[in-house]
Design a protein around this ligand. Sequence first.
Ligand code: ZN
Length: 336
Amino acid sequence: MKRIVKITSILIAIIFIAIGVKIATLGEKIDFSLLSKFVYHDDLKNEKSVNLKYFGTSCFAFTYNGETYLTDPFYSNPNIGQLLTGKYDDRSDLIEKFLGELDDVSLLSISHGHYDHCLDFSSFVTKYDDSLKIVTSQSTLNELNPEIKKHPTWQKVPINDNKNEHWIYSKKKNFRIFPVEGFHQPHFANFVLASGTYNQPLGKMPAQVWQWEEGGTNSFVLDIMNRDEIYVRYFIFSGGLKEQGKAKLIELAKEHPVDILFAAYFDERHTDHPLDELFQLLQPKEIIMHHWNDFFSSPYKEVRKLRNSKIEKVLIEKSEKKYPVSVMMPFTEINL
Ligand SMILES: [Zn+2]
């Protein structure tokens, strides 16, 4: 018996060390001499346009005409120790300045339930409108239930495998989003980590990294509206589309073209083909890549990249093929 306990403990220790080593080597220094020419710079003079703040990974805040649409709230980049213990530092000082400038968030979408897409859901709470609409899978609504239930006036809008597909409008109707059914690209080989689903509302928030279950993955078409007209159309892409989702996207793009594609790009092996395919399909005027930054490294230090994103090399190659690619640096803003 003692022997079994000993062997099991050694095995568990090895697994933890292996996870630690894997995470520690996921990031890499950026060659800024190559990257800088692709960084989207803006002098913010064009005040009447859409203000876009970027907090790293897939977290964007679009502000237009007095209201804000927020995506995948995550910016705090916890380290391995925090991910394994589930005890996270308060790093809200990183977004304080931005929150001060942000109009109320009346619409929030979350592509899926992994921690790097919703861990910081509560950090934006002072900016959430009383009638905030939260658009995500039923599983992710269940996952975030302990926080959501504190605010009975918020509206939960579950995405049910697009059976209820329709445009979802923000309070003042400056934004509308259309969920497009997708899937999660593998973390390694054909594996998606924490790929489970929560079928019941949780009683307490997930803590350790493996408790943040995917629960289905979606992308979103975003229209920014001027009165009842489409001012611009964006597509916020999470990395994979199911055939049904792709068909819907093609149909929507026929009605109105996609001006800017926001493309998740975390691993050249898995995210390159979908980007090529979408570029051919949509012919957007601009492509802004996201989810390429190393979200395991300290957000107080210089930005690093996910090693497998090969982001500088990819940007150079794509621009040579006339793809209008760019990136935003985390904690910066532009006017589109
Ligand atoms: Zn994920």
